[in-house]
Design a protein around this ligand. Structure first.
Ligand SMILES: [Zn+2]
Length: 339
Protein backbone atom coordinates (compact mmCIF):
# COMPACT_ATOMS: atom_id res chain seq x y z
CA UNK A 1 0.00 0.00 0.00
CA UNK A 2 2.74 2.41 0.99
CA UNK A 3 4.81 1.38 -1.97
CA UNK A 4 2.03 1.92 -4.43
CA UNK A 5 1.19 5.31 -2.91
CA UNK A 6 4.80 6.44 -3.15
CA UNK A 7 5.10 5.25 -6.71
CA UNK A 8 2.00 7.19 -7.67
CA UNK A 9 3.08 10.36 -5.97
CA UNK A 10 6.53 10.50 -7.47
CA UNK A 11 5.46 9.41 -10.91
CA UNK A 12 6.61 11.73 -13.64
CA UNK A 13 4.13 13.51 -15.86
CA UNK A 14 4.03 11.73 -19.20
CA UNK A 15 6.23 13.47 -21.72
CA UNK A 16 3.73 15.42 -23.73
CA UNK A 17 4.92 16.41 -27.13
CA UNK A 18 3.54 17.23 -30.45
CA UNK A 19 3.64 13.62 -31.49
CA UNK A 20 0.53 13.22 -29.33
CA UNK A 21 -1.04 14.79 -32.31
CA UNK A 22 -0.42 11.67 -34.37
CA UNK A 23 -3.39 9.31 -34.57
CA UNK A 24 -1.35 6.32 -33.45
CA UNK A 25 -0.35 8.03 -30.20
CA UNK A 26 -2.76 8.18 -27.29
CA UNK A 27 -4.39 11.56 -26.75
CA UNK A 28 -3.44 13.49 -23.62
CA UNK A 29 -6.85 12.85 -22.16
CA UNK A 30 -6.14 9.14 -22.49
CA UNK A 31 -2.82 9.40 -20.72
CA UNK A 32 -4.14 10.26 -17.33
CA UNK A 33 -5.47 12.70 -14.87
CA UNK A 34 -2.55 15.09 -14.72
CA UNK A 35 -4.33 18.40 -15.11
CA UNK A 36 -5.74 18.62 -11.62
CA UNK A 37 -4.20 20.41 -8.69
CA UNK A 38 -3.14 17.62 -6.30
CA UNK A 39 -2.57 18.14 -2.59
CA UNK A 40 -1.15 15.32 -0.38
CA UNK A 41 -2.07 15.44 3.25
CA UNK A 42 -1.23 11.99 4.61
CA UNK A 43 0.11 12.53 8.13
CA UNK A 44 2.28 9.39 8.41
CA UNK A 45 4.52 10.16 5.41
CA UNK A 46 8.19 10.80 6.01
CA UNK A 47 9.92 14.09 5.27
CA UNK A 48 11.79 12.38 2.45
CA UNK A 49 8.53 11.29 0.92
CA UNK A 50 7.17 14.77 1.15
CA UNK A 51 10.34 16.19 -0.32
CA UNK A 52 10.03 14.03 -3.39
CA UNK A 53 6.53 15.06 -4.02
CA UNK A 54 5.67 18.01 -6.02
CA UNK A 55 2.52 19.94 -6.05
CA UNK A 56 1.29 20.28 -9.55
CA UNK A 57 -0.44 23.53 -10.31
CA UNK A 58 -2.41 24.52 -13.33
CA UNK A 59 -2.23 27.86 -15.05
CA UNK A 60 -5.55 29.04 -16.35
CA UNK A 61 -5.71 31.26 -19.39
CA UNK A 62 -6.88 34.81 -18.74
CA UNK A 63 -8.30 36.68 -21.74
CA UNK A 64 -6.66 40.02 -22.38
CA UNK A 65 -8.43 43.14 -21.19
CA UNK A 66 -6.45 45.86 -22.90
CA UNK A 67 -5.92 46.10 -26.61
CA UNK A 68 -2.20 46.49 -25.98
CA UNK A 69 -2.02 43.14 -24.13
CA UNK A 70 -0.76 40.16 -26.10
CA UNK A 71 -2.21 36.85 -24.89
CA UNK A 72 0.14 34.87 -22.67
CA UNK A 73 0.53 31.14 -23.37
CA UNK A 74 2.55 28.40 -21.76
CA UNK A 75 2.56 24.63 -21.97
CA UNK A 76 0.04 23.08 -19.60
CA UNK A 77 -2.20 26.14 -19.63
CA UNK A 78 -5.90 25.38 -19.26
CA UNK A 79 -8.64 26.91 -21.40
CA UNK A 80 -12.35 26.68 -20.65
CA UNK A 81 -13.12 25.30 -24.08
CA UNK A 82 -11.82 24.87 -27.60
CA UNK A 83 -13.60 28.09 -28.47
CA UNK A 84 -11.71 30.04 -25.83
CA UNK A 85 -8.44 28.57 -27.07
CA UNK A 86 -9.20 29.47 -30.68
CA UNK A 87 -10.28 32.99 -29.71
CA UNK A 88 -7.02 33.41 -27.82
CA UNK A 89 -5.03 32.25 -30.84
CA UNK A 90 -6.89 34.70 -33.09
CA UNK A 91 -6.25 37.46 -30.54
CA UNK A 92 -2.55 36.55 -30.62
CA UNK A 93 -2.56 36.47 -34.41
CA UNK A 94 -4.02 39.97 -34.69
CA UNK A 95 -1.83 41.54 -32.04
CA UNK A 96 1.47 40.17 -33.26
CA UNK A 97 0.46 40.76 -36.90
CA UNK A 98 1.03 37.18 -37.97
CA UNK A 99 -1.32 34.95 -39.91
CA UNK A 100 -2.24 31.77 -38.07
CA UNK A 101 -3.92 28.65 -39.45
CA UNK A 102 -5.84 25.90 -37.69
CA UNK A 103 -4.29 22.76 -39.12
CA UNK A 104 -6.47 20.59 -36.87
CA UNK A 105 -9.75 21.70 -35.47
CA UNK A 106 -12.21 19.25 -33.99
CA UNK A 107 -13.95 18.57 -30.68
CA UNK A 108 -10.92 17.05 -29.01
CA UNK A 109 -7.90 18.68 -30.66
CA UNK A 110 -6.97 22.06 -32.03
CA UNK A 111 -3.61 22.62 -33.65
CA UNK A 112 -2.69 26.17 -34.64
CA UNK A 113 0.43 26.99 -36.61
CA UNK A 114 1.89 30.01 -38.31
CA UNK A 115 0.72 30.37 -41.91
CA UNK A 116 4.32 30.99 -42.94
CA UNK A 117 5.63 27.48 -43.67
CA UNK A 118 9.15 28.37 -42.55
CA UNK A 119 7.99 29.68 -39.14
CA UNK A 120 8.09 27.40 -36.12
CA UNK A 121 5.34 29.02 -34.06
CA UNK A 122 2.89 26.35 -32.92
CA UNK A 123 0.14 25.87 -30.34
CA UNK A 124 -1.48 22.49 -29.89
CA UNK A 125 -4.27 21.92 -27.37
CA UNK A 126 -6.42 18.93 -26.58
CA UNK A 127 -9.42 18.23 -24.41
CA UNK A 128 -8.83 17.05 -20.87
CA UNK A 129 -10.51 13.84 -19.87
CA UNK A 130 -12.54 14.66 -16.83
CA UNK A 131 -12.92 18.43 -16.79
CA UNK A 132 -14.08 18.99 -20.34
CA UNK A 133 -11.56 21.77 -20.74
CA UNK A 134 -8.69 22.28 -23.14
CA UNK A 135 -5.02 22.05 -22.27
CA UNK A 136 -2.19 23.62 -24.22
CA UNK A 137 -0.02 20.55 -24.64
CA UNK A 138 2.65 21.92 -26.95
CA UNK A 139 3.66 25.53 -27.40
CA UNK A 140 6.48 26.91 -29.50
CA UNK A 141 6.32 30.64 -28.87
CA UNK A 142 8.70 32.23 -31.36
CA UNK A 143 7.69 33.58 -34.74
CA UNK A 144 10.60 33.55 -37.16
CA UNK A 145 8.45 35.08 -39.88
CA UNK A 146 7.89 38.74 -40.79
CA UNK A 147 5.07 40.99 -39.62
CA UNK A 148 2.05 41.04 -42.00
CA UNK A 149 -0.43 43.82 -42.76
CA UNK A 150 -3.30 41.64 -43.89
CA UNK A 151 -4.86 38.93 -41.81
CA UNK A 152 -7.63 36.59 -42.81
CA UNK A 153 -8.53 36.26 -39.11
CA UNK A 154 -9.56 39.92 -39.10
CA UNK A 155 -13.12 39.34 -40.27
CA UNK A 156 -15.88 41.85 -39.61
CA UNK A 157 -16.85 40.21 -36.31
CA UNK A 158 -13.34 40.60 -34.93
CA UNK A 159 -13.22 44.22 -36.13
CA UNK A 160 -16.61 44.99 -34.58
CA UNK A 161 -15.65 43.34 -31.28
CA UNK A 162 -12.45 45.38 -31.17
CA UNK A 163 -14.28 48.72 -31.48
CA UNK A 164 -17.05 47.66 -29.07
CA UNK A 165 -14.37 46.75 -26.54
CA UNK A 166 -12.17 49.80 -26.98
CA UNK A 167 -14.72 52.52 -27.66
CA UNK A 168 -17.85 51.24 -25.96
CA UNK A 169 -20.91 53.44 -26.74
CA UNK A 170 -19.01 55.81 -28.99
CA UNK A 171 -18.41 52.95 -31.44
CA UNK A 172 -22.04 53.42 -32.40
CA UNK A 173 -21.31 56.75 -34.08
CA UNK A 174 -18.40 55.41 -36.19
CA UNK A 175 -18.94 55.42 -39.91
CA UNK A 176 -17.71 52.59 -42.16
CA UNK A 177 -14.84 54.73 -43.48
CA UNK A 178 -13.69 55.50 -39.93
CA UNK A 179 -13.79 51.80 -39.05
CA UNK A 180 -11.58 50.99 -42.05
CA UNK A 181 -9.17 53.81 -41.20
CA UNK A 182 -8.87 52.99 -37.50
CA UNK A 183 -8.56 49.25 -38.18
CA UNK A 184 -5.42 50.10 -40.12
CA UNK A 185 -4.09 52.66 -37.64
CA UNK A 186 -4.82 50.77 -34.43
CA UNK A 187 -4.90 47.11 -35.42
CA UNK A 188 -2.39 47.37 -38.27
CA UNK A 189 -4.61 45.56 -40.73
CA UNK A 190 -6.23 46.40 -44.03
CA UNK A 191 -9.91 45.57 -44.38
CA UNK A 192 -12.23 45.89 -47.35
CA UNK A 193 -15.12 48.41 -47.53
CA UNK A 194 -17.55 45.49 -47.29
CA UNK A 195 -15.90 44.26 -44.09
CA UNK A 196 -16.09 47.72 -42.56
CA UNK A 197 -19.81 48.02 -43.46
CA UNK A 198 -20.53 44.61 -41.98
CA UNK A 199 -18.57 45.55 -38.86
CA UNK A 200 -20.64 48.72 -38.53
CA UNK A 201 -23.89 46.72 -38.82
CA UNK A 202 -22.69 44.39 -36.08
CA UNK A 203 -21.79 47.32 -33.82
CA UNK A 204 -25.25 48.89 -34.32
CA UNK A 205 -26.94 45.58 -33.61
CA UNK A 206 -24.83 45.06 -30.51
CA UNK A 207 -25.91 48.35 -28.95
CA UNK A 208 -29.43 48.72 -30.30
CA UNK A 209 -30.53 45.17 -30.95
CA UNK A 210 -32.87 44.41 -33.74
CA UNK A 211 -34.98 47.53 -34.33
CA UNK A 212 -38.22 45.76 -35.20
CA UNK A 213 -38.21 43.48 -32.17
CA UNK A 214 -37.17 46.36 -29.89
CA UNK A 215 -39.88 48.63 -31.23
CA UNK A 216 -42.61 46.10 -30.47
CA UNK A 217 -41.49 46.13 -26.84
CA UNK A 218 -42.08 49.89 -26.44
CA UNK A 219 -45.74 49.15 -25.68
CA UNK A 220 -44.67 46.77 -22.92
CA UNK A 221 -42.43 49.51 -21.54
CA UNK A 222 -45.32 52.01 -21.41
CA UNK A 223 -47.56 49.45 -19.75
CA UNK A 224 -44.89 48.58 -17.18
CA UNK A 225 -44.28 52.23 -16.28
CA UNK A 226 -47.98 52.77 -15.70
CA UNK A 227 -48.27 49.62 -13.55
CA UNK A 228 -45.13 50.10 -11.50
CA UNK A 229 -45.30 53.90 -11.22
CA UNK A 230 -48.98 54.79 -10.84
CA UNK A 231 -49.68 58.47 -11.29
CA UNK A 232 -46.90 58.87 -13.85
CA UNK A 233 -47.60 60.48 -17.18
CA UNK A 234 -46.53 58.39 -20.17
CA UNK A 235 -47.70 59.47 -23.60
CA UNK A 236 -46.76 57.43 -26.64
CA UNK A 237 -47.65 58.80 -30.04
CA UNK A 238 -47.23 56.31 -32.88
CA UNK A 239 -49.50 57.22 -35.82
CA UNK A 240 -49.74 54.40 -38.37
CA UNK A 241 -47.52 52.29 -36.12
CA UNK A 242 -44.64 54.67 -36.80
CA UNK A 243 -42.84 56.16 -33.82
CA UNK A 244 -43.40 59.92 -33.58
CA UNK A 245 -42.88 60.90 -29.96
CA UNK A 246 -43.00 59.71 -26.37
CA UNK A 247 -43.27 61.77 -23.18
CA UNK A 248 -42.48 60.63 -19.62
CA UNK A 249 -42.90 62.32 -16.24
CA UNK A 250 -42.66 59.95 -13.27
CA UNK A 251 -45.11 60.50 -10.42
CA UNK A 252 -42.46 60.62 -7.68
CA UNK A 253 -40.39 63.14 -9.63
CA UNK A 254 -43.48 65.25 -10.29
CA UNK A 255 -44.46 65.29 -6.62
CA UNK A 256 -40.91 66.08 -5.55
CA UNK A 257 -40.73 68.98 -7.93
CA UNK A 258 -44.06 70.49 -6.84
CA UNK A 259 -43.16 70.06 -3.17
CA UNK A 260 -39.59 71.28 -3.10
CA UNK A 261 -38.34 72.96 -6.26
CA UNK A 262 -38.18 76.54 -7.32
CA UNK A 263 -40.53 77.79 -10.03
CA UNK A 264 -37.77 77.67 -12.56
CA UNK A 265 -37.48 75.35 -15.54
CA UNK A 266 -34.72 74.89 -18.06
CA UNK A 267 -35.70 73.34 -21.37
CA UNK A 268 -33.40 72.05 -24.04
CA UNK A 269 -33.23 69.61 -26.92
CA UNK A 270 -30.40 67.48 -28.22
CA UNK A 271 -29.75 64.77 -30.78
CA UNK A 272 -29.73 61.17 -29.67
CA UNK A 273 -26.91 58.96 -30.86
CA UNK A 274 -27.75 56.05 -33.12
CA UNK A 275 -29.07 55.42 -36.57
CA UNK A 276 -32.56 56.83 -36.03
CA UNK A 277 -31.69 60.50 -35.47
CA UNK A 278 -34.37 61.17 -32.89
CA UNK A 279 -34.13 64.04 -30.47
CA UNK A 280 -34.49 64.40 -26.74
CA UNK A 281 -36.48 67.28 -25.22
CA UNK A 282 -36.05 67.83 -21.51
CA UNK A 283 -37.37 70.02 -18.70
CA UNK A 284 -34.99 70.42 -15.77
CA UNK A 285 -35.73 72.23 -12.51
CA UNK A 286 -33.60 73.42 -9.59
CA UNK A 287 -33.99 71.97 -6.14
CA UNK A 288 -33.44 73.70 -2.77
CA UNK A 289 -29.69 73.13 -3.04
CA UNK A 290 -29.61 74.73 -6.48
CA UNK A 291 -28.93 71.32 -8.06
CA UNK A 292 -30.37 70.13 -11.35
CA UNK A 293 -33.64 68.24 -11.05
CA UNK A 294 -34.76 66.52 -14.29
CA UNK A 295 -38.52 66.41 -14.18
CA UNK A 296 -39.84 65.45 -17.62
CA UNK A 297 -38.44 64.41 -20.96
CA UNK A 298 -39.58 63.33 -24.39
CA UNK A 299 -38.11 61.58 -27.38
CA UNK A 300 -39.40 63.10 -30.62
CA UNK A 301 -38.86 62.39 -34.28
CA UNK A 302 -37.70 65.95 -34.88
CA UNK A 303 -37.22 69.11 -32.84
CA UNK A 304 -39.81 71.54 -34.21
CA UNK A 305 -42.41 74.05 -33.02
CA UNK A 306 -45.21 71.50 -32.96
CA UNK A 307 -43.30 69.02 -30.81
CA UNK A 308 -42.15 71.73 -28.41
CA UNK A 309 -45.75 72.93 -27.95
CA UNK A 310 -46.89 69.35 -27.33
CA UNK A 311 -44.08 68.83 -24.83
CA UNK A 312 -44.60 72.11 -22.93
CA UNK A 313 -48.35 71.57 -22.76
CA UNK A 314 -47.79 68.23 -21.01
CA UNK A 315 -45.17 69.75 -18.68
CA UNK A 316 -47.57 72.56 -17.69
CA UNK A 317 -50.28 70.07 -16.79
CA UNK A 318 -47.92 67.82 -14.84
CA UNK A 319 -46.34 70.67 -12.85
CA UNK A 320 -49.64 72.51 -12.40
CA UNK A 321 -48.40 75.66 -14.13
CA UNK A 322 -51.14 78.14 -14.84
CA UNK A 323 -51.72 79.09 -18.45
CA UNK A 324 -50.23 82.55 -18.03
CA UNK A 325 -47.12 81.09 -16.33
CA UNK A 326 -47.20 83.84 -13.68
CA UNK A 327 -44.33 83.47 -11.19
CA UNK A 328 -42.35 81.00 -13.33
CA UNK A 329 -39.03 81.44 -15.06
CA UNK A 330 -38.36 79.48 -18.21
CA UNK A 331 -34.80 79.13 -19.48
CA UNK A 332 -33.79 77.95 -22.87
CA UNK A 333 -30.11 77.33 -23.73
CA UNK A 334 -29.32 78.72 -20.29
CA UNK A 335 -30.72 82.19 -21.14
CA UNK A 336 -33.87 83.49 -19.39
CA UNK A 337 -36.50 84.07 -22.04
CA UNK A 338 -39.70 84.81 -20.18
CA UNK A 339 -41.03 85.41 -16.73
ZN1 LIG B 1 5.20 33.11 -37.70
Amino acid sequence: MRGSSERHNTEQVPNRSEDLDEPSTPLPDEIGDDSEVSVYTSSDDSEADRGRRRRKTTVTYRPTKQQSDIPYFESGMIFKSAKEFKNAVVDHSLKVHREVEFAKNDKTRVRAKCADASCKWLAYASRTKDMDQFELVTYKPDHTCYRKFTNSRANYKVIADYFIKTRRDSALSMKAKEIKLHAKQEMGIEITPTQSKNARSKIVKHFLGDYDSEFIRIWDFVKEVRVSNPGSTVVLDCPDNQFKRMYICYDAVKKGFIAGCRHTLGVDGCFLKGPFKQQLLSAVGRDGNDQMYPVAWAVVDVENHSNWLWFMDLVKKDLEIADDGAGWTLQSDQHPVSV
